[in-house]
Ligand binder design. Structure first.
Ligand code: F6R
Length: 326
Protein backbone atom coordinates (compact mmCIF):
# COMPACT_ATOMS: atom_id res chain seq x y z
CA UNK A 1 0.00 0.00 0.00
CA UNK A 2 1.35 3.49 -0.84
CA UNK A 3 2.63 5.61 1.99
CA UNK A 4 0.36 8.44 0.83
CA UNK A 5 -2.69 6.22 1.31
CA UNK A 6 -1.28 5.27 4.72
CA UNK A 7 -1.10 8.96 5.56
CA UNK A 8 -4.87 9.27 5.07
CA UNK A 9 -5.54 6.00 6.90
CA UNK A 10 -3.68 7.40 9.92
CA UNK A 11 -5.99 10.35 10.45
CA UNK A 12 -7.48 8.95 13.66
CA UNK A 13 -4.04 9.09 15.24
CA UNK A 14 -3.29 12.45 13.66
CA UNK A 15 -6.45 13.88 15.25
CA UNK A 16 -5.40 12.55 18.66
CA UNK A 17 -1.90 14.00 18.38
CA UNK A 18 -3.27 17.37 17.27
CA UNK A 19 -5.73 17.54 20.15
CA UNK A 20 -3.01 16.70 22.66
CA UNK A 21 -0.20 18.86 21.27
CA UNK A 22 0.26 21.90 23.50
CA UNK A 23 0.23 25.49 22.21
CA UNK A 24 3.07 27.82 23.02
CA UNK A 25 2.13 30.74 25.24
CA UNK A 26 -0.23 32.92 23.24
CA UNK A 27 -1.25 36.53 23.76
CA UNK A 28 -4.94 37.34 23.57
CA UNK A 29 -6.31 39.89 21.12
CA UNK A 30 -7.40 43.10 22.91
CA UNK A 31 -10.57 43.35 20.86
CA UNK A 32 -12.13 41.40 18.02
CA UNK A 33 -14.17 43.36 15.49
CA UNK A 34 -13.93 40.60 12.92
CA UNK A 35 -11.98 37.52 11.92
CA UNK A 36 -10.32 36.83 8.58
CA UNK A 37 -8.89 33.37 7.89
CA UNK A 38 -6.27 33.47 5.16
CA UNK A 39 -4.86 30.49 3.27
CA UNK A 40 -4.85 28.57 0.00
CA UNK A 41 -5.79 25.05 -1.08
CA UNK A 42 -5.36 22.33 1.52
CA UNK A 43 -4.65 24.97 4.16
CA UNK A 44 -7.31 27.43 3.01
CA UNK A 45 -10.07 24.88 3.55
CA UNK A 46 -9.68 25.54 7.29
CA UNK A 47 -11.18 28.97 6.59
CA UNK A 48 -14.31 27.31 5.21
CA UNK A 49 -14.63 25.17 8.33
CA UNK A 50 -14.15 28.15 10.66
CA UNK A 51 -16.66 30.23 8.72
CA UNK A 52 -19.30 27.53 8.89
CA UNK A 53 -18.76 27.02 12.62
CA UNK A 54 -19.03 30.77 13.16
CA UNK A 55 -22.09 31.18 10.93
CA UNK A 56 -24.06 28.27 12.39
CA UNK A 57 -22.92 27.55 15.92
CA UNK A 58 -20.43 29.79 17.67
CA UNK A 59 -22.62 32.79 18.52
CA UNK A 60 -19.97 35.34 17.60
CA UNK A 61 -21.16 38.90 17.18
CA UNK A 62 -18.73 39.80 14.41
CA UNK A 63 -18.14 38.77 10.79
CA UNK A 64 -15.82 36.02 9.59
CA UNK A 65 -14.13 36.34 6.21
CA UNK A 66 -12.46 33.54 4.28
CA UNK A 67 -9.60 34.97 2.20
CA UNK A 68 -7.99 32.90 -0.53
CA UNK A 69 -6.05 35.69 -2.17
CA UNK A 70 -2.97 37.92 -1.97
CA UNK A 71 -4.95 40.79 -0.45
CA UNK A 72 -7.57 41.38 2.22
CA UNK A 73 -10.97 43.04 1.86
CA UNK A 74 -10.72 46.79 2.53
CA UNK A 75 -12.65 46.57 5.79
CA UNK A 76 -10.12 44.25 7.46
CA UNK A 77 -7.84 46.36 9.66
CA UNK A 78 -7.29 47.47 13.24
CA UNK A 79 -9.33 45.45 15.74
CA UNK A 80 -9.53 42.46 13.38
CA UNK A 81 -7.92 39.10 14.01
CA UNK A 82 -6.23 37.63 10.92
CA UNK A 83 -5.39 33.92 11.11
CA UNK A 84 -3.01 32.73 8.39
CA UNK A 85 -2.93 29.00 7.69
CA UNK A 86 -0.20 27.55 5.47
CA UNK A 87 1.13 24.04 5.88
CA UNK A 88 4.48 24.88 4.27
CA UNK A 89 4.49 28.40 5.67
CA UNK A 90 5.80 29.59 2.31
CA UNK A 91 2.73 30.20 0.18
CA UNK A 92 3.10 33.53 -1.59
CA UNK A 93 -0.56 34.60 -1.49
CA UNK A 94 -0.81 33.86 2.24
CA UNK A 95 2.43 35.68 3.06
CA UNK A 96 1.35 38.72 1.01
CA UNK A 97 -1.97 38.88 2.89
CA UNK A 98 -0.10 38.57 6.20
CA UNK A 99 2.18 41.52 5.32
CA UNK A 100 -0.90 43.54 4.42
CA UNK A 101 -2.65 42.59 7.67
CA UNK A 102 0.37 43.57 9.76
CA UNK A 103 0.63 46.86 7.83
CA UNK A 104 -3.02 47.63 8.58
CA UNK A 105 -2.59 47.02 12.31
CA UNK A 106 -4.61 43.80 12.52
CA UNK A 107 -3.82 41.18 15.19
CA UNK A 108 -2.14 38.45 13.14
CA UNK A 109 -1.60 34.81 14.13
CA UNK A 110 -0.56 31.81 12.10
CA UNK A 111 -0.45 28.04 11.78
CA UNK A 112 2.23 26.23 9.76
CA UNK A 113 4.78 23.44 9.93
CA UNK A 114 7.52 26.10 9.72
CA UNK A 115 8.62 28.26 6.78
CA UNK A 116 8.56 32.02 6.33
CA UNK A 117 5.22 32.37 8.13
CA UNK A 118 6.78 31.10 11.34
CA UNK A 119 9.75 33.44 10.90
CA UNK A 120 7.66 36.55 10.19
CA UNK A 121 5.31 35.97 13.12
CA UNK A 122 8.04 34.94 15.57
CA UNK A 123 10.15 37.99 14.69
CA UNK A 124 7.19 40.21 15.58
CA UNK A 125 6.23 38.29 18.74
CA UNK A 126 2.89 37.28 17.18
CA UNK A 127 1.08 34.00 18.00
CA UNK A 128 2.04 30.96 15.94
CA UNK A 129 1.09 27.29 16.30
CA UNK A 130 3.20 24.55 14.77
CA UNK A 131 1.79 21.43 13.11
CA UNK A 132 3.65 18.17 12.52
CA UNK A 133 5.70 17.90 9.32
CA UNK A 134 5.94 15.03 6.86
CA UNK A 135 2.49 15.29 5.24
CA UNK A 136 1.20 16.93 2.09
CA UNK A 137 -0.86 19.96 3.11
CA UNK A 138 -4.07 18.16 2.15
CA UNK A 139 -3.23 15.06 4.18
CA UNK A 140 -2.56 17.29 7.20
CA UNK A 141 -6.20 18.47 7.40
CA UNK A 142 -6.75 17.17 10.96
CA UNK A 143 -3.62 18.90 12.29
CA UNK A 144 -4.29 22.17 10.46
CA UNK A 145 -7.95 22.32 11.51
CA UNK A 146 -7.43 21.46 15.15
CA UNK A 147 -4.34 23.63 15.62
CA UNK A 148 -6.16 26.58 14.01
CA UNK A 149 -9.21 26.20 16.26
CA UNK A 150 -7.06 25.81 19.36
CA UNK A 151 -5.07 28.89 18.46
CA UNK A 152 -8.22 30.92 17.79
CA UNK A 153 -9.65 29.91 21.16
CA UNK A 154 -6.40 30.90 22.89
CA UNK A 155 -6.42 34.30 21.17
CA UNK A 156 -9.99 34.92 22.32
CA UNK A 157 -12.08 33.90 19.29
CA UNK A 158 -14.62 31.45 20.70
CA UNK A 159 -14.99 28.97 17.85
CA UNK A 160 -14.51 25.19 17.64
CA UNK A 161 -16.21 23.97 20.83
CA UNK A 162 -14.78 21.20 22.99
CA UNK A 163 -12.04 19.86 20.73
CA UNK A 164 -10.99 17.19 23.23
CA UNK A 165 -14.18 15.33 22.22
CA UNK A 166 -13.31 15.18 18.51
CA UNK A 167 -11.33 11.88 18.60
CA UNK A 168 -14.25 10.00 20.16
CA UNK A 169 -16.74 11.53 17.68
CA UNK A 170 -14.96 10.39 14.52
CA UNK A 171 -16.59 7.70 12.39
CA UNK A 172 -15.26 4.16 12.76
CA UNK A 173 -12.60 3.08 10.25
CA UNK A 174 -14.96 0.55 8.62
CA UNK A 175 -17.60 3.23 8.02
CA UNK A 176 -14.99 5.53 6.47
CA UNK A 177 -13.78 2.75 4.16
CA UNK A 178 -17.33 1.90 3.16
CA UNK A 179 -18.02 5.54 2.18
CA UNK A 180 -14.71 5.65 0.30
CA UNK A 181 -15.73 2.52 -1.66
CA UNK A 182 -19.09 4.03 -2.58
CA UNK A 183 -17.53 7.32 -3.71
CA UNK A 184 -14.96 5.47 -5.82
CA UNK A 185 -17.63 3.32 -7.46
CA UNK A 186 -19.66 6.44 -8.34
CA UNK A 187 -16.86 8.56 -9.84
CA UNK A 188 -15.44 5.85 -12.07
CA UNK A 189 -16.22 7.85 -15.26
CA UNK A 190 -16.80 11.53 -16.12
CA UNK A 191 -16.18 14.77 -14.21
CA UNK A 192 -17.43 14.25 -10.65
CA UNK A 193 -19.66 16.93 -9.13
CA UNK A 194 -19.67 17.25 -5.34
CA UNK A 195 -22.78 18.90 -3.93
CA UNK A 196 -23.39 20.16 -0.39
CA UNK A 197 -25.71 22.54 1.42
CA UNK A 198 -24.20 25.87 2.57
CA UNK A 199 -23.45 24.57 6.07
CA UNK A 200 -21.26 21.85 4.56
CA UNK A 201 -19.98 23.82 1.56
CA UNK A 202 -16.40 23.21 2.73
CA UNK A 203 -16.94 19.48 2.20
CA UNK A 204 -17.91 19.93 -1.45
CA UNK A 205 -14.91 22.21 -2.00
CA UNK A 206 -12.61 19.83 -0.18
CA UNK A 207 -13.85 16.81 -2.19
CA UNK A 208 -13.38 18.69 -5.47
CA UNK A 209 -9.87 19.70 -4.46
CA UNK A 210 -8.99 16.14 -3.46
CA UNK A 211 -10.07 14.73 -6.81
CA UNK A 212 -8.19 17.54 -8.59
CA UNK A 213 -4.96 16.95 -6.70
CA UNK A 214 -4.94 13.21 -5.97
CA UNK A 215 -6.90 12.06 -9.01
CA UNK A 216 -5.50 14.61 -11.52
CA UNK A 217 -8.98 15.23 -12.87
CA UNK A 218 -11.40 18.07 -13.29
CA UNK A 219 -14.11 18.06 -10.62
CA UNK A 220 -16.82 20.48 -9.54
CA UNK A 221 -18.06 21.78 -6.18
CA UNK A 222 -21.70 22.91 -6.09
CA UNK A 223 -23.55 24.50 -3.20
CA UNK A 224 -27.29 24.25 -2.52
CA UNK A 225 -29.74 25.94 -2.35
CA UNK A 226 -28.10 28.03 -5.12
CA UNK A 227 -27.48 24.70 -6.90
CA UNK A 228 -31.21 24.31 -7.41
CA UNK A 229 -31.30 27.53 -9.43
CA UNK A 230 -28.63 26.81 -12.05
CA UNK A 231 -26.18 23.86 -11.64
CA UNK A 232 -29.09 21.46 -11.44
CA UNK A 233 -30.03 21.97 -15.07
CA UNK A 234 -26.61 20.68 -16.12
CA UNK A 235 -27.63 17.24 -14.86
CA UNK A 236 -30.56 16.97 -17.24
CA UNK A 237 -29.56 14.32 -19.70
CA UNK A 238 -25.88 14.31 -18.67
CA UNK A 239 -23.86 11.45 -17.31
CA UNK A 240 -21.75 13.40 -14.83
CA UNK A 241 -21.54 11.53 -11.55
CA UNK A 242 -22.99 13.49 -8.63
CA UNK A 243 -22.07 12.98 -5.00
CA UNK A 244 -24.37 14.75 -2.55
CA UNK A 245 -23.37 15.29 1.06
CA UNK A 246 -26.87 15.29 2.53
CA UNK A 247 -27.44 17.46 5.60
CA UNK A 248 -30.13 15.89 7.78
CA UNK A 249 -33.07 18.07 8.76
CA UNK A 250 -32.54 20.68 6.05
CA UNK A 251 -35.53 20.90 3.64
CA UNK A 252 -33.11 21.93 0.88
CA UNK A 253 -31.55 18.46 1.12
CA UNK A 254 -34.89 16.80 0.37
CA UNK A 255 -35.32 18.92 -2.74
CA UNK A 256 -31.77 18.19 -3.97
CA UNK A 257 -32.23 14.48 -3.42
CA UNK A 258 -35.56 14.42 -5.27
CA UNK A 259 -34.06 16.18 -8.27
CA UNK A 260 -30.99 13.93 -8.37
CA UNK A 261 -33.20 10.85 -8.25
CA UNK A 262 -35.17 12.07 -11.24
CA UNK A 263 -32.53 13.78 -13.37
CA UNK A 264 -29.10 12.34 -12.57
CA UNK A 265 -28.17 9.00 -14.09
CA UNK A 266 -25.33 8.41 -11.65
CA UNK A 267 -25.44 9.74 -8.13
CA UNK A 268 -24.56 8.89 -4.59
CA UNK A 269 -26.23 10.33 -1.50
CA UNK A 270 -23.99 10.38 1.55
CA UNK A 271 -26.07 10.93 4.68
CA UNK A 272 -24.14 13.22 7.00
CA UNK A 273 -24.49 12.85 10.73
CA UNK A 274 -26.53 15.53 12.41
CA UNK A 275 -24.01 17.97 13.91
CA UNK A 276 -25.58 19.66 16.95
CA UNK A 277 -22.30 20.95 18.33
CA UNK A 278 -19.14 22.42 16.91
CA UNK A 279 -17.04 19.40 17.82
CA UNK A 280 -19.56 17.12 16.11
CA UNK A 281 -19.25 19.27 12.99
CA UNK A 282 -15.45 19.16 13.10
CA UNK A 283 -15.40 15.37 13.59
CA UNK A 284 -17.85 14.74 10.75
CA UNK A 285 -15.95 17.11 8.46
CA UNK A 286 -12.74 15.20 9.14
CA UNK A 287 -14.33 11.73 8.77
CA UNK A 288 -16.02 12.48 5.46
CA UNK A 289 -12.91 14.26 4.16
CA UNK A 290 -10.90 11.18 5.09
CA UNK A 291 -13.27 8.94 3.11
CA UNK A 292 -13.13 11.22 0.08
CA UNK A 293 -9.35 11.53 0.40
CA UNK A 294 -8.95 7.75 0.38
CA UNK A 295 -11.29 7.45 -2.62
CA UNK A 296 -9.37 10.14 -4.53
CA UNK A 297 -5.97 8.52 -3.88
CA UNK A 298 -7.31 5.18 -5.06
CA UNK A 299 -8.90 6.88 -8.08
CA UNK A 300 -5.51 8.38 -8.99
CA UNK A 301 -3.80 5.03 -8.53
CA UNK A 302 -6.40 3.44 -10.81
CA UNK A 303 -5.51 6.01 -13.47
CA UNK A 304 -1.80 5.25 -12.97
CA UNK A 305 -0.92 8.80 -11.91
CA UNK A 306 1.03 9.65 -8.76
CA UNK A 307 -1.62 10.92 -6.33
CA UNK A 308 0.89 12.85 -4.24
CA UNK A 309 2.80 14.72 -6.97
CA UNK A 310 1.29 18.03 -8.10
CA UNK A 311 3.71 19.30 -10.77
CA UNK A 312 1.37 22.00 -12.09
CA UNK A 313 0.83 23.50 -8.61
CA UNK A 314 4.60 23.59 -8.15
CA UNK A 315 5.06 25.45 -11.45
CA UNK A 316 2.24 27.87 -10.61
CA UNK A 317 3.85 28.64 -7.25
CA UNK A 318 7.32 29.08 -8.77
CA UNK A 319 6.17 31.52 -11.45
CA UNK A 320 3.99 33.51 -9.04
CA UNK A 321 6.88 33.87 -6.61
CA UNK A 322 9.21 35.08 -9.36
CA UNK A 323 6.70 37.61 -10.68
CA UNK A 324 5.78 38.94 -7.22
CA UNK A 325 9.42 39.35 -6.20
CA UNK A 326 10.36 41.09 -9.45
C1 F6R B 1 -2.64 20.41 -0.84
C2 F6R B 1 -1.78 21.21 -1.64
C3 F6R B 1 -2.15 22.61 -1.98
C4 F6R B 1 -1.56 23.53 -0.91
C5 F6R B 1 -1.58 24.97 -1.38
C6 F6R B 1 -1.07 25.94 -0.36
O1 F6R B 1 -1.96 19.24 -0.48
O2 F6R B 1 -0.72 20.77 -1.96
O3 F6R B 1 -3.52 22.81 -2.14
O4 F6R B 1 -2.27 23.40 0.29
O5 F6R B 1 -0.80 25.06 -2.54
O6 F6R B 1 0.15 25.52 0.19
P1 F6R B 1 0.32 25.53 1.76
O7 F6R B 1 -0.75 24.64 2.28
O8 F6R B 1 1.70 25.03 2.02
O9 F6R B 1 0.14 26.96 2.18
Amino acid sequence: MSSFLQDYLGWGEQVRRAVESPLERVTRAKEVKGLAVVGMGGSGIVGDVVRSLAANYAGLSYPVEVVKDTHLPQWVGEGWVVLAVSYSGNTVETLAAVEEAIGRGAFVAGVSSGGALKEVLSSKGLPWAGVEGGHAPRSALPSLTIASLKLLQAIGVGVGGDLSRVPSLLRRAEEVMEIADRVLATVSKGVPAFIATSRWSGLAIRAKNEFNENGKTLAAAMIAPEWGHNDVVGFEGSEFPAIFFKEPGNPVSEAVEAVLKQFSKKHLIIELRRAETQEEYVAEFISISQAVGIASVRYGQGRRVDPRETASINLYKKVLKEVINR
